[in-house]
Design a protein around this ligand. Structure first.
Ligand SMILES: [Zn+2]
Ligand SMILES: [Zn+2]
Length: 175
């Protein structure tokens, strides 16, 4: 008897760069020891769109994701997402649940009127994905600023973090 590795379903919502998804899969499988399966949805749900803000409501996009047989589901959107009382969020997760999403909108250098930087975007996406999936395993925000579970207010904070969990968060993950 042997147990198959646990799966995470990565759902691209919209046209997401394939290299980014490949790199994201590699990191998630190495660091979280989850096997990645790919899925696709053409657009976020229309009812999640707030025309006055030009953004999508994060938890309405999240609610639309279903893990199926997989242990976790992670949605990757290109559109900008928000939560009430927050201008934007980089991502969102069901705490101790199965669903998480990240948005690439504000991880792109072009959002800040800078030339696009694909490898930087991929690195940021990996960090935010690990962070949100970490929440689904019950990890809270970490005070170790280099830890991927540290809270990020801006891309400066995202860039400061390592694309990995600190020792203490790793211990909690394994538990
Ligand atoms: Zn968080
Ligand atoms: Zn930590």
């Amino acid at each position: 008897m042997f147990s198959s590795p646990k799966e995470i379903l990565l759902i691209t919502i919209g046209e997401i760069d394939t290299t980014l998804i490949e790199e994201l899969s590699k990191s998630l499988s190495t660091i979280l020891r989850l096997r990645c399966r790919l899925g696709h949805i053409s657009t976020p749900p229309l009812r999640a769109y707030d025309p006055s803000r030009g953004q999508y409501l994060a938890d309405a996009v999240l609610a639309n994701l279903h893990p199926g047989e997989a242990e976790r589901v992670l949605g990757i959107v290109e559109v900008d997402i928000f939560m009430p009382d927050l201008n934007f969020v980089f991502g969102l997760a069901d705490e101790k649940g199965k669903r998480a999403i990240i948005s690439l909108a504000r991880l792109k250098e072009s959002f800040y009127k800078q030339p696009e930087d694909q490898s930087l975007l991929i690195e940021r996406a990996i960090k935010e994905a690990l962070h949100e999936v970490g929440h689904t395993y019950g990890l809270a925000h970490c005070r170790t600023r280099r830890c991927v579970m540290a809270f990020s207010n801006s891309v400066v904070d995202v860039d400061y973090k390592d694309a990995d969990f600190c020792y203490s968060c790793k211990q909690s993950l394994r538990a």
